[in-house]
Design a protein around this ligand. Structure first.
Ligand code: AHM
Ligand code: MG
Length: 344
């Protein structure tokens, strides 16, 4: 067989093998964290299956409920939440779940008798308003230890700053399904091979360009942006050959998908404070922290315009924050405009 026909070694590394390899490099690792990641990936496969069948079975549309965020809950939001909770409950490694789709944190040990030591916070289905029109959506997750001072998984135990995350990741249900995660030692991406039902390593050691040409923001809100941000938007739109401006606008309205594209190609995603969302729209614990950890691990930057996202000390589970995330130089440039006028 000539070399051209030899399978690429990379493509036969499954997520499970990769996790075990990583675990073997950690002295004293018990395998509990590996099992937790396995449970997350199983739930992701189940949600992927459900999403791929949407349109054929009755899972499009809303449940008729308004969730804790004051937003209309989609049937698939509720389904994805239930699948992740089920997988984590069954796995036994997680003692507390915080979900964008649930008002309170959900303690698990009392229900299963298991002795899990991890807390998982998640947005089970991000960008869900795009589901009915077949646009990519995602899952975002964040993993913490249950701090030692909590014998029981007290709800307050979930209120840790993002810098305490021991792992974070996302799944994008796009033209293919990808799971990207970090445990604080670089970022790796896996693509689901539907024929074998496994996530296979497809994007090892992801790094994000320091500078990109894409900016992602809901410009319909421009009128209510602070003056410094409006000025930055005019700057990115201004023609300048040397800095390759104007930049391109790309805004799917599905954070995971916008983030994923910018991570790989370079770019900045912004959701600032607006008139309707004075604290910004995105949730610190479910969306901003996990993707901030990923972007920093890939060499990028994430702030609220003034402060590092991972340093924010939360005071509530469903807290929102303005977000500027992506290529380091682009985020710094945006901040330099914002500094002229602090967020009111
Ligand atoms: P969701 O978690 O309820 O789906 O809301 C978050 C979504 C993000 O995916 C997306 O970037 C943003 O909201 C879009 O908001 P807007 O329509 O205001 O631009
Ligand atoms: Mg979301």
């Amino acid at each position: 067989m000539t070399e051209a026909y030899m399978p690429d070694e990379r493509h036969i590394m499954t997520l499970e093998q990769f996790i075990i390899d990583q675990q073997e490099r950690e002295p004293g690792a018990t395998g509990a964290f590996s099992r937790l990641l396995r449970d997350v990936s199983i739930a992701a496969k189940i949600v992927n299956r459900d999403i791929r069948r949407a349109g054929l079975v009755d899972i499009f549309g809303t449940t008729g409920e308004i969730n804790v965020q004051g937003e209309t809950q989609q049937k698939l939001d509720a389904l994805a939440h239930a699948e992740f909770v089920r997988a984590l409950k069954r796995g036994g490694e997680c003692c507390l779940i915080g979900s964008e789709e649930h008002a309170e944190a959900i303690p698990l040990s009392t229900q299963t008798g298991a002795d899990g030591k991890y807390i998982v916070l998640m947005d089970p289905l991000d960008g869900s308003s795009n589901i009915d029109v077949n646009v990519s959506v995602g899952t975002i997750f964040s993993i913490y230890y249950l701090p030692e001072e909590y014998g029981e998984p007290d709800l307050d135990a979930a209120l840790q700053p993002g810098s305490e995350q021991i792992g974070a990741g996302y799944v994008v249900y796009g033209s293919s399904t990808m799971l990207v995660y970090t445990t604080g030692n670089g970022v790796n991406g896996f693509t689901l091979d539907p024929s074998v039902g496994e996530f296979l390593l497809s994007h090892p050691s992801i790094t994000t360009p320091k500078q990109g040409q894409v900016y992602s923001i809901n410009e319909g809100n421009t009128d209510s942006f602070e003056e410094g941000l409006q000025e930055y938007i005019r700057w990115v739109q201004h023609h300048d050959d040397e800095s390759k401006r104007p930049y391109k606008t790309r805004y799917i309205g599905s954070f995971v998908s916008d983030f994923h594209r910018n991570l790989l190609k370079g770019g900045i995603y912004m959701y600032p404070a607006t008139k309707n969302n004075k604290e910004g729209k995105l949730r610190l614990m479910y969306e901003s922290n996990p993707l901030a950890m990923i972007v920093e691990q890939a060499g990028g930057r994430a702030t609220d315009g003034h402060q590092r996202i991972l340093d924010i000390v939360p005071d509530k589970l469903h807290q929102r924050t303005p977000l500027f995330i992506g290529s380091e130089d682009m985020v710094k440039k945006a901040e330099s405009f914002l500094k002229k006028e602090p967020v009111a």
